[in-house]
Every structure is written in C-alpha cells, then in structure tokens.
Ligand binder design. Structure first.
Ligand SMILES: *[C@@H]1O[C@H](CO)[C@@H](O)[C@H](O)[C@H]1NC(C)=O
Ligand SMILES: *[C@@H]1O[C@H](CO)[C@@H](O)[C@H](O)[C@H]1NC(C)=O
Ligand SMILES: *[C@@H]1O[C@H](CO)[C@@H](O)[C@H](O)[C@H]1NC(C)=O
Ligand SMILES: *[C@@H]1O[C@H](CO)[C@@H](O)[C@H](O)[C@H]1NC(C)=O
Ligand SMILES: *[C@@H]1O[C@H](CO)[C@@H](O)[C@H](O)[C@H]1NC(C)=O
Ligand SMILES: *[C@@H]1O[C@H](CO)[C@@H](O)[C@H](O)[C@H]1NC(C)=O
Ligand SMILES: *[C@@H]1O[C@H](CO)[C@@H](O)[C@H](O)[C@H]1NC(C)=O
Ligand SMILES: *[C@@H]1O[C@H](CO)[C@@H](O)[C@H](O)[C@H]1NC(C)=O
Ligand SMILES: CC(=O)N[C@H]1CO[C@H](CO)[C@@H](O)[C@@H]1O
Length: 890
C-alpha cells in the first residue's frame, strides 16, 4: 500500500514532502516566536523552563504539539512589545489582560485568523482600535475594557459576525454607539460603560436576538430608551445609569420575563412606571432614582417577588406608598426619598423580614410611625426625616436592635424621647430627632449608645439637665442640643467641650463650657474617656489570659501617653502657624524626578495643620490631602506617636525610605518623598481618589451603582495578595493589614499602604512599645496575644479577615455577631449554627449568577484557611495568590 502510494506518482511525493517541510518550518516559527516573546517580555513564569514551549505555563498547543493555540499571560506586569504574538498563526485564545501594556493595540493582531478569544482588558493601551481587528472573523469574545482607548468604535468591527461578548467599558471612546451593533445577531453581552459615547441608543438593537446584558452607564447618551431592546425578551441586565436619556419607560419592558437588573437612575426620564413591570417575576434590582418620573408608585411592583432593591428616590412621584410592597419578602432596600408621597407608612412594609434600609425622607408623609416598626429585625437604616409625620416615637423603636442610623428630624413628632432608644446598641452613624415637638427630659439611657457618632436633638422643647450619664457615648463626635429648654451645667465630657457653642445655644438655662461658665468650679478631667475605650479594645483583642492582659494594658497606656503628648505638640504647632511662622523644615526630598517641580514642602506642611484636609487615620498615622500650588494632589501621611528615635535616626530612616521608594510592585503604595520638621515626619504618596477598600465596602453613603461587583472585588483581593506576597518575598512583614490600609486607584486597582511603618517602627530598633500594638482591631491574629510579634502567618491571618470582609460586606468587628464574636469566629462557626455558606456571603453578589456564587464559595475556602487559629496551618501568601488566580480563571 505504502509503496504504491509513494511510487504511484512522483508528484504526490513532492506534495507530501512539501507538507512535512511546511510543518517543520511552522513548528520552528512558533519556537522562534515563543523564545523571542519570552525575551521581549521577560516573562517571569517562563524563566526556568525548558525549550519545550508547549509546556510553559499559560501555553497550550494543538493536539500534535506543534502550534500554539492558547496563550494566557494575564497578571504578569507585562510592559513590552507584544506585536510578535501575531506570528502565532494557529492562536485561538489570547489573554493579555491585567498587564501594563502601553501604546496602541498591534494592528498585526488582525492576522490571527483563528482567534476566537481576545482579552486585552486592564492595560494602559491608548489610541483607536486598529481597523484590522475587523479581519478576525472567528472572534467570539473581545474584551478591551479598562484601557485608555480613544476615538470612535471602528466600523470595521461590524464584520465580527460571531461576536458573543463585546466589552469596551472604561475607556475614552467617543462618537456614538454604532448602528451596525444591531447586525451582530449573536451578541449576548455588550458593555461600553464609562466612556464618552453620545447620541442615541440605536433602536435596531431589537434584532440582536440573543442580547442578555447591555451596560452603557456613565456616558452622554441622549434620546429615549428604545422600545425595541425589550422586544426579544432575553434581556437579563440593563444598566443605563448616568446618561442624559429622556422619554418614558417603554411598556414593552414587561416582555422581558428574565430581566433581573434594571438600572436607569440619573437620567432625565419622564412619565409613569408601566404597570407591565409586574410581569417581570425575575426582577431583582429596580433603580430609577434621580429622574423626572411621576404618577403613583404602581402596586404591580408587589408581584415582583424576587425584588431586592427598589430605588425611586429624587423623582416626582405622588400618591401613597402601595401596601402591596409589603408582599416583597426579599426586599432589602426601599428608597423612595425626595418625592411627593403622602399618607401613612404602610404597616405591611414592616413585614418584609429582609428589609435593611427604609428611606422615605423628604416626602409629605403625614401618618404616624407604626408600633410594628421593628417586627423585622434586620432594619439597619430607618430614614424618615423631612416629612410631616405626627404622633409619638413608639417605645417599640427599642426593638430595632440592628439599627445603624435613625433619622426622624424635621417632622411633627410629639411626646418624649423613649428611653428604649438606649437599647439600640448598634446605633452608630447618627441619631437625629431635631426639628420636632418633643418635650420632657433627655433619657439617661442614651448614654448606653457607646458607638454613636452623631447626636442631634436640637430644635425641640426638651427640658431638664443634660444627664452626665451621656458620657457613656464614647464614640460621639458631633452633638447638637441647641434651641431647647435645657438647664444646668453642661457635663465635662470631651466631645461636648470640643463642640462649638452653637451646639448648645438657644437653651436659656444652660451654662459651662463651651458656653459661658456657671461660676462654679469645674469637675474632674476627662481622662476616663480614653481609658474606657482602650480598656474595651484590650478586652476584645485579648479575650483571655491574665498575664497577657496586663502586658497589653501597659503597652496601650504607653501608646496613649505618646499620643496625648503628640496632640499637645500639634496644638502648639497650629498656634505657631497662626503667628505666621511656618515650622522649620529640617529635611525633605522627592524621589521621583519628574515630580520634584510639582511639590512644595511648605505647602505640604501647611496642609497637615488643617483638620479639614484630614482624609483618614490609621493605627500609626493620620493622612491628609495636600493640594500643591502646581495643582498636583498628594496624600500626606503624618506619623502618629512620633518617637524621638525617628529624629535621632533620621539618616537611617531616610535611607530606608529611599529604599522603599524603589520597591516596585503595582500593588504597593510606595512613598514618593518625605518632609521632616521639628519631630514630625511626613511621608508623601500619590493621592488616590477612590479612597480605601474599607470605604468602598462599608460606607453606606456610596451610591449603589458604585458598589463594587464581585469581579472587581476578586481582582482587588488578588491584587492585595500579590502585593503582600511580594513584601514577604523580600522578608518584609506588614504591621497593619486592614481594609482601611488598602487604597484604590482610579481603576480600583488596590495598593497596600502603610508599608513604611513595617520598616520605620521595626521592633529591633527600640520602638517595640509601638509595634507591640501592631494591627487594627479585628485583624489581629490570635497568637499575637502570646507572642506579641507580627509574623508572615500573622499577615496571612489579617489578609484572611480582609477576604472575609470582601465576601460578606461585613465589618471585622460588629456587635451583631454576639458577645465576644468577631467576623472570623462568626464565619467559622456558621456550620455549627446550621447556616449554609449562602447565609454568610453577601447575597447581593452571590445571587447574581451561578458563576459568581461558585467563585465566592471557592474564595471563602481560601479565607477560612488563611484565618486558621494555628499559624502553621495557614497557607503562604504566594500560595494564596495561586489559589485565587485559579478561582479567577475558573
Ligand atoms: C496537526 O494538527 C492539525 C490540527 O490540529 C492538523 O491539521 C494536522 O494535520 C496535524 N499534523 C500532523 C502531522 O498530524
Ligand atoms: C514592535 O515590534 C514590531 C516587530 O515585531 C515592530 O515592527 C514595531 O515597530 C514594534 N513597536 C514598537 C512600538 O516598538
Ligand atoms: C474579558 O471578557 C471576557 C469575556 O468576554 C471574560 O471572560 C474575561 O474574564 C474578561 N476579562 C477580565 C480581565 O475581566
Ligand atoms: C490616558 O490618556 C491621556 C491622554 O489622552 C493621558 O493624559 C493619561 O495619562 C492616560 N492615562 C493612563 C492611565 O494611561
Ligand atoms: C474623538 O476622539 C478623537 C481622539 O481623541 C478626536 O480626535 C475626535 O475629534 C473625537 N471625536 C469627537 C466626535 O469628539
Ligand atoms: C445590517 O444588515 C442589513 C442586511 O443584512 C443591511 O441592509 C444593513 O445595511 C446593515 N446595517 C448596517 C448599519 O450595517
Ligand atoms: C427568584 O430567585 C431565585 C433565587 O435566585 C430563583 O431560583 C428563582 O428562579 C427566581 N424567581 C424567578 C421568578 O425568576
Ligand atoms: C395627609 O395628606 C393628604 C394629602 O395632603 C390628605 O388628603 C390627608 O387627609 C392627610 N392625612 C391626615 C391624616 O392628615
Ligand atoms: C511545566 C513547568 O515546568 N512549569 C514551570 C515553569 O516555571 C515556573 C516558575 O519558574 C514553575 O512554576 C512552573 O511549574
């Protein structure tokens, strides 16, 4: 057979030889290309591997192992020229996401005829999309999100008829959304949010029969929401928030039986909400706040049994709140503020046992507060201010034990303040009863609210003394007792004396600081205040072990004494400044050459003397925002508990800082310079506008559309792990890992901060007393109480707590967990309580999709490992990174 084949015709022999030759050449080509690529990009995970490129990490070849088909090089900090990849002619799958690629997308990528998946998201690519990408006829997934790409979406992409996913979000695209998108009939997923796209939403999207997700938020889109996008009925998620859309909500929205998320807030929409909304049984989020919608809130919402969030705030809705909303057993947030609603707060609403936020403020509600107010135990935010609510505050308000914020100001409430308010031990954000007709005395039970930050009872008819038991409100920062009938001496209590006299004015019978003195001797000092706080912290941190308890007490007291000294010297500093003498700068430097011009040391120092510039405070430092005369914005860290050693060891410190300034990892916030004056050290960092992870996760003021989704959270978790892994690789132990020390850049890339502290306050340098209280409450590993030393496994534990925060959106310490239980214990004890992981994870994320839920469960496993009680059982940071990346790729 063989013989006959070979001999049958010399021509066929030539043909076979040619093919073998071609194959060899092709193989050689991929070999050369891969070796050249490894050299060009100095890819670390390929550094020690063989010449068999098909076995390199992230590489897959076809069955006969000659040609590269899959190339996954995400998260490799790649920076070079990737054009050469276009030589890998058999490539089907190319993932270059989350690197540092700059410049244009290589137009030679248009030659990759087989390519089905191209992901270049999360890089620094700029300019226009090369038109050659229109040649990729087999492309099914194109992800170019999170770059700096500009110009219009090129018309050539209309040839990509097989596209299923097209992601162009978070770039600088302009022009309008092309009409030809309507011809990509296979498209399921289209995102172009956070660009500069204008014009109207094409009204032929109805022919995109498979469209499931359309996310175009934060553009300049105008015109109506086209009726047609609902005509195919497959839509699951529609996000058009923050545009300039007008027109009314199409009735056809009711066709989309599978629609889960409908978000059109911050536009200029008019008209009523169509009653057909009641047909969408799968609806989970409905957000239409900040529009010009009007009419009544349709009771048909009550049929959307899966509805979790309903936000219609800042519109022109009138009429009453439909009692049918009480049928929504899954409702967690009902936000109807800033409309013209009147009538009662329906009692049925309070049956929603999952309701955690009820915001009906700034309407014309003229009923009373129902006694059933906290039949639902989950309520955390009860915001009823600026209405015409009458009657008394029911005593049952004391049942609202989970409440974080209670706003009843500017109403017509009568009667007295019920002492039961003192039972709401969780109350933290604010208690506002101002501008009502309340009379009687201030109940002493308010003193039990030891977490409350802001108390406002102004503009009522309250009488009697301000009870000295209010000193129990140890977290108080803002108070307002003004315009009442209060009498007697203002108790000596730091938060009171630190307030301005307008907080107490308008009470004829009130005297003492900050008002004029009563002519009587003033009581003892306020030292008890701080001691009480620290005492509590010690108890919670240590939990057991008397010897340890004593050691820690001494340490904490030492720490606090330093802090007080520091406060005194700071006050002196401000006084000096008032005289026009700026403090003498002893030393200062900027490590980054091209920033030297932009930074002015005097302006840096001045900025830190103003409290209004304060951004946040960590365990070891206070952070200020400093705007330079050049317009450049810095974040300036003033080291707390300043030690003389820092001045004495100045040169050492400067060397250390300069070394840290060279620490190059994209997930570490390294110093760009420093200023030293008197005995104060200021460290300069770039200012990151997105704040900290703690703010992102826990700050209720952030708008829902800025709440990070799971994908963002996972990438933050991975970034932080990578930063810490890098530190450990250099044998640097972080002393204060917490979500408050993780900063986020404009793309939500995390940067681990406070790394300097680890070096500057090294225990081996005689500053052990400070590092001995290393860590933030809730993040401190259990073994720390015995060893008093922060270690790499200790860092892994603290990181595990951050992971749990990311997964649960809960604070590391919260009284809601029960006596002596922190987040770690609460999660570890879930099986014992008979709770499933689903009851632990943030349901707003875990119920979005099965894929997210699966990833969250996998990350939960990692978090449980990290927070093992036995340090030896915790994985190394490097292993954590690997595990998380595996989850990410699954
Ligand atoms: C190698 O694999 C490709 C496709 O996977 C196939 O077309 C080709 O014939 C194979 N070559 C050999 C020598 O097996
Ligand atoms: C990248 O490399 C290709 C050749 O592989 C070359 O043609 C191109 O000019 C390079 N681009 C840059 C920006 O250096
Ligand atoms: C880019 O989009 C694809 C789907 O089109 C997705 O699989 C991938 O995870 C996305 N990349 C990133 C980094 O999110
Ligand atoms: C994006 O491009 C603009 C110029 O168009 C540039 O000023 C900016 O620094 C770039 N941003 C990033 C993150 O590369
Ligand atoms: C779009 O952006 C490109 C490049 O930034 C610019 O040249 C062009 O004028 C812009 N077009 C519009 C319509 O704004
Ligand atoms: C879409 O396809 C139709 C027919 O296939 C064609 O007539 C029309 O011009 C295309 N529209 C665009 C905007 O390319
Ligand atoms: C409501 O949500 C549950 C859980 O996510 C889901 O199983 C169910 O199918 C949803 N109901 C409808 C009508 O979509
Ligand atoms: C509440 O206000 C509405 C509309 O102004 C009015 O019709 C109604 O009588 C008021 N209810 C009470 C109890 O005052
Ligand atoms: C297949 C193989 O040997 N891969 C190794 C390549 O090198 C990296 C790091 O140098 C290892 O992690 C891989 O296991």
């Amino acid at each position: 057979m063989m013989m006959s084949f070979f001999t049958s015709s010399p021509l066929s022999l030539v043909w076979v030889l040619c093919n073998v030759l071609l194959l060899v050449v092709a193989q050689q080509n991929d070999q050369l290309t891969m070796v050249a690529l490894r050299k060009e990009l100095s890819i670390s995970m390929w550094s020690s591997n063989s010449s068999d490129y098909c076995s390199w990490t992230g590489v897959q070849c076809n069955l006969n192992k000659s040609l590269v088909e899959h190339l996954v090089l995400s998260h490799q900090q790649l920076q070079g020229n990737v054009t050469i990849i276009s030589e890998l002619k058999a490539l089907k799958w190319l993932d270059l996401s989350a690197n540092m690629l700059q410049g244009t997308i290589p137009s030679a990528f248009g030659n990759l005829n087989e390519l089905a998946f191209l992901d270049m998201s999360f890089n620094k690519l700029d300019s226009a999309i090369p038109t050659s990408l229109g040649n990729l006829r087999n492309l099914r997934y194109l992800n170019l999100s999170n770059n700096n790409l500009t110009a219009e979406i090129p018309v050539e992409l209309q040839s990509l008829k097989n596209l299923i996913h097209l992601q162009l979000s978070e770039n600088k695209f302009n022009g309008s959304i092309p009409l030809w998108i309507g011809n990509l009939t296979n498209l399921k997923f289209f995102t172009a949010y956070e660009n500069n796209l204008g014009g109207a939403i094409p009204n032929n999207l109805g022919s995109v029969t498979e469209l499931e997700v359309l996310n175009l938020h934060s553009n300049q889109l105008q015109g109506p929401i086209p009726d047609s996008i609902f005509s195919m009925g497959k839509l699951v998620g529609l996000v058009l928030t923050m545009n300039k859309l007008n027109g009314s909500l199409p009735t056809s929205v009711g066709n989309c039986k599978g629609l889960s998320s409908f978000r059109v807030g911050n536009n200029m929409l008019i008209g009523n909400i169509p009653k057909s909304i009641g047909n969408i049984s799968s609806l989970t989020y409905f957000e239409a706040d900040n529009n010009h919608l009007s009419g009544e809130i349709v009771p048909e919402f009550g049929q959307c049994s899966n509805l979790t969030l309903l936000n219609l705030a800042f519109n022109g809705f009138t009429g009453t709140i439909p009692p049918a909303l009480g049928d929504l057993t899954n409702l967690q947030e009902l936000i109807l503020s800033d409309n013209s609603l009147y009538g009662d707060i329906p009692k049925s609403l309070l049956r929603s046992k999952n309701l955690s936020k009820l915001d009906l403020s700034n309407n014309r509600l003229n009923g009373t507060i129902p006694e059933e107010i906290c039949i639902t135990p989950r309520l955390q935010f009860l915001i009823l201010g600026q209405n015409s609510i009458r009657g008394e505050i029911p005593r049952q308000i004391g049942n609202c034990v989970k409440l974080l914020q209670l706003q009843l100001g500017i109403n017509y409430l009568t009667g007295s303040i019920p002492p039961e308010i003192g039972q709401i031990k969780n109350l933290q954000i604010s208690l506002n009863l101002s501008f009502n007709h309340l009379h009687g005395v201030l109940p002493v039970e308010l003193g039990k609210l030891d977490k409350l930050v802001s108390l406002d009872v102004s503009n009522n008819r309250l009488s009697g003394n301000i009870p000295s038991l209010l000193k129990g409100m140890m977290s108080l920062i803002e108070v307002n007792f003004s315009n009442n009938l209060l009498t007697g001496q203002i108790p000596i209590f730091t938060p009171f004396q630190k307030s301005s006299n307008s907080s107490f004015s308008g009470n004829k019978g009130l005297c003492g600081e900050p008002l004029s003195s009563c002519g009587k001797p003033v009581g003892p000092g306020n030292d008890g205040y701080h001691h009480k706080v620290s005492y509590k912290i010690i108890l919670a941190v240590v939990g057991s072990g008397l010897t340890v308890f004593v050691t820690v007490t001494i340490v904490v007291v030492l720490f606090m004494m330093r802090e007080r000294q520091e406060k005194a010297s700071k006050a002196a500093g401000i006084a000096e400044d008032g005289n026009g003498d700026p403090p003498m700068i002893i030393a200062g430097n900027v490590f980054v050459e091209n920033l030297k011009q932009a930074i002015d040391f005097d302006a840096v120092v001045k900025a830190t003397l103003k409290d209004s510039n304060k951004l946040s405070g960590g365990t070891f430092s206070i952070i200020y925002k400093a705007v330079m005369p050049s317009g450049f914005i810095l974040s300036v860290k003033r080291l707390k508990s300043m030690d003389r050693t820092i001045v004495h060891h100045q040169h050492k410190m400067i060397r250390e800082l300069e070394r840290l300034g060279k620490l190059c990892h994209e997930n570490l916030m390294r110093p760009i310079g420093y200023v030293i004056y008197e005995d104060v050290a200021l460290l300069l960092h770039p200012y990151l506008p997105n704040g900290t992870l703690a703010e992102l996760l826990h700050e209720s003021s952030a708008k829902p559309e800025f709440k990070p989704d799971w994908t963002t959270r996972l990438s933050i978790a991975i970034g932080v792990a990578e930063g810490l892994s890098f530190l450990h690789h250099l044998a640097i132990i972080h002393l204060d890992i917490s979500s408050g020390n993780i900063f986020l850049d404009a793309h939500y890339k995390p940067l681990v901060g406070e790394i300097e502290i680890s070096k500057l306050l090294d225990p081996s340098r005689g500053t052990a007393s400070i590092s001995a209280v290393a860590g933030s409450f809730g993040y401190i590993p259990p073994e720390y109480a015995y060893t008093m030393q922060m270690t790499a496994p200790g860092n892994v534990y603290s990181y595990g707590v951050v992971l749990l925060e990311i997964l649960t959106t809960r604070l590391p310490v919260d009284e809601a967990f029960g006596e002596g239980i922190d987040l770690v214990k609460w999660v570890h004890n879930a099986p014992a309580r008979g709770e499933t992981p689903e009851q632990i994870l943030d349901a707003k994320l875990s119920t979005v999709s099965f894929a997210w839920r699966k990833q969250m469960l996998a990350v939960l496993k990692v978090a449980l490992l990290c927070t093992e009680t036995t340090p030896a059982k915790r994985p190394k940071m490097k292993k954590v990174v690997e595990m998380l990346q595996e989850v990410n790729e699954s």
